[in-house]
Design a protein around this ligand. Structure first.
Ligand SMILES: Nc1nc2c(ncn2[C@@H]2O[C@H](COP(=O)(O)OP(=O)(O)OP(=O)(O)O)[C@@H](O)[C@H]2O)c(=O)[nH]1
Ligand SMILES: [Mg+2]
Length: 239
């Protein structure tokens, strides 16, 4: 009987693995991706989280996205307290598209918050992407924070199931851009970057390193377009 069904199927649709079946399954999966894309980007919001050691610009970045701004000079946030601050889903102009974004919670970067607020947020959100922020000061602290994030990804298989991209945002380029370059600044992080690339290859996420200044609005548009286009279910070309 199974054989007969297989024969009829083959007569009507062609051999399994044949062109028709391949095209059919491709368009079904493209249709499913398109639907997921619509649901995330237009309805539920793309789940992502923002991490990084203290005072690197996490709250400022979330505010920049929320306000659809190009520069944020007058914004002076207080350090984020333990437990973080809830952030509702909002629409942001990313390239030429309005996307709904869901960072869920703005967490602080103090060391004691890594093991509590960061771990909880990662687990609760199952993010499609992580923005990891650092700046030109205190390399040892940023290395610790980066390694902590990678350990967290390693240890929580449930939380990382949707992870598609980790972008390392080297912020405050307005303060360091005239005295050094991104490559020079990152040369001290070669072990961490190697680890990030290896982990990404193994666990199926892309890693990027971008410089920006959220306060003066330089580079942040580009970085956010690349990031959100990579974490949406149907990745697009960067515009
Ligand atoms: N010069 C400069 N300052 C920035 C930039 N981005 C953020 N800052 C400043 O850095 C300080 C910390 O910014 P926050 O956004 O509060 O940083 P955070 O990572 O949320 O800090 P915690 O909540 O304490 O972990 C503030 O004074 C910001 O104005 C930038 O691109 N350039
Ligand atoms: Mg903050």
């Amino acid at each position: 009987m199974a054989n007969l069904i297989e024969q009829v199927f083959t007569v009507v649709f062609g051999k399994p693995g044949g062109e028709f079946i391949t095209n059919l399954s491709r368009s079904v999966s493209e249709g499913v991706d398109r639907l997921y894309d619509f649901v995330y980007v237009k309805v539920l919001g793309l789940p992502f989280i923002v991490l990084g050691a203290r005072q690197t610009g996490k709250t400022t970045l979330i505010e920049w996205l929320r306000q659809n701004l190009h520069a944020l000079e007058a914004f002076q946030p207080a350090p984020t307290a333990p437990g973080g601050d809830a952030v509702g889903v909002f629409g942001a102009q990313i390239g030429n598209e309005i996307m709904r974004l869901k960072p869920t919670r703005d967490v602080g970067g103090e060391y004691e918050m890594w093991d509590t607020d960061w771990v909880d947020l990662f687990h609760e959100t199952r993010p499609r992407g992580i923005v990891f922020m650092l700046d030109h000061t205190d390399m040892l602290k940023h290395k610790d924070a980066l390694n902590f994030m990678m350990n967290m990804i390693e240890e929580d298989a449930d939380a990382r199931v949707n992870l598609r991209c980790v972008v390392v945002l080297v912020n405050k380029a307005d303060l360091w851009g005239s005295s050094t370059t991104l490559d020079k600044l990152m040369s001290g992080y070669s072990n961490e970057i190697k680890r990030l690339r290896n982990q990404g290859d193994r666990l199926g996420y892309k890693s990027l390193i971008q410089s920006c200044s959220v306060v003066s609005g330089v580079g942040v548009d580009d970085a956010m377009q690349t990031f959100f286009n990579l974490i949406r279910p149907q990745p697009r070309r960067v515009r």
